[in-house]
Design a protein around this ligand. Structure first.
Ligand code: DAH
Length: 337
């Protein structure tokens, strides 16, 4: 190799030291071996040489070319590999980064309260019964001793369907369907949606009720009280309660049960409208006319029934004053539960 070839090789080697990327190496390839590259130019110069000189010089240039070429190839392999590693490293997931919050959703406050209420009765040996939301007038009214002149049957209160059926206004028809299907003794609860033409801050055209019914021999008002006191103590804690006389067509006698306001402890506040009491449910001894409708022997069997608004219980429980919040699907409201 001549001195000038040696110089060119040294120049290439020092260029090669500073080449950091495959792009740099490609530029070197063009600079030395490309169409107008320095080595290529040397090869072009061969044509002007005398034949005997050409042989020796040609061999020397070819050796130079081969050395540069194999050096470039090796560098190319190394740099390409390290570039690939760098890329893989950059793409590696960082497991120490904080995770994204998975939107898991949650139970609606009414569902939570419904389950809590149901669990208390199920633990006392009640079973869960079901009935349709589109109900026959007979089950929703007649069989429950609600006569046709009763104001509850007014078009203004009840959603009547063209078929002559109604959207059930209460869960009490579940009592009738259950008694038609089963012989006493029985202890049932029924839970579900009910519908009334009513809408303001304490009324919604759709709301949720839970019904209860116990039938057997020697069932008395004492059983009613014992069961319902046990329920409210489980639900709201031990606190004063009272039964007020009331009226329902399907029970006789009838009562409403109040508990001491859980927000003011009876002192009087906005939630209890300054009465110190919160109404929790309606109840009573099953009217024998209801037993007649389902052909239960009124000489042998007695029973008690109760009904409560689940949404109302949820409102009392959480101190919510507008029932419409419960059905608004407002995520800012629902997140609080
Ligand atoms: N069905 C009644 C209502 O919608 C609630 C009720 C009261 C149910 C007393 C009962 C009961 O079973 O005994 O207001």
């Amino acid at each position: 190799m001549s001195e000038s070839h040696e110089k060119l090789l040294q120049q290439y080697l020092s260029d090669c030291q500073t080449a950091k990327s495959t792009a740099d190496l490609e530029a070197l390839r063009v600079k030395y071996l490309g169409k107008k590259g320095e080595v290529t130019e040397l090869l072009k110069g061969l044509g002007k040489m005398a034949p005997e000189e050409r042989k020796a010089v040609g061999a020397a240039i070819n050796e130079l070319k081969n050395r540069i070429q194999s050096s470039l190839e090796e560098s190319m392999r190394e740099v390409a590999l390290s570039e690939q590693n760098e890329k893989l490293n950059a793409e590696r997931p960082d497991h120490s980064l904080p995770g994204l919050y998975p939107g898991t959703g949650g139970l609606h406050p009414v569902v939570q309260v419904a389950r809590e209420v149901a669990d208390i009765f199920l633990s006392m040996g009640f079973f869960m019964a079901e009935g349709p939301e589109i109900e026959e007038e007979y089950y929703n009214f007649e069989a429950l001793n609600v006569p046709s002149h009763h104001p509850a049957r007014d078009m203004q209160d009840t959603f009547y369907l063209e078929s002559g059926q109604v959207l059930r206004t209460q869960t009490s028809p579940v009592q009738i369907r259950t008694m038609e299907a089963l012989k006493p003794p029985l202890k049932m609860i029924g839970l579900g949606k009910v519908f009334r033409k009513d809408s303001d801050i304490t009324h919604s055209p759709m709301f949720n009720q839970m019904e209860g019914l116990v039938v057997g021999e020697n069932i008395s008002m004492a059983d009613l009280k014992g069961t319902l006191v046990m329920f409210v103590e489980n639900m709201f804690g031990k606190r004063p309660h009272r039964f007020r006389p009331s009226y329902f067509p399907f029970t006789e006698p009838s009562a409403e049960m109040d508990i001491q306001c859980i927000f003011c402890e009876g002192k009087g506040c906005k939630v209890c409208k300054s009465t110190g009491w919160m109404e929790v449910l309606g109840c009573g001894m099953v009217n024998p006319k209801v037993f007649d409708a389902v052909k239960y022997d009124t000489e042998k069997y007695t029973g008690f029934a109760f009904g409560m608004g689940i949404d109302r219980i949820a409102m009392l429980r959480y101190g919510i004053n507008d029932i419409r919040l419960l059905f608004s699907s407002d995520i800012r409201f629902l997140r609080q539960f």
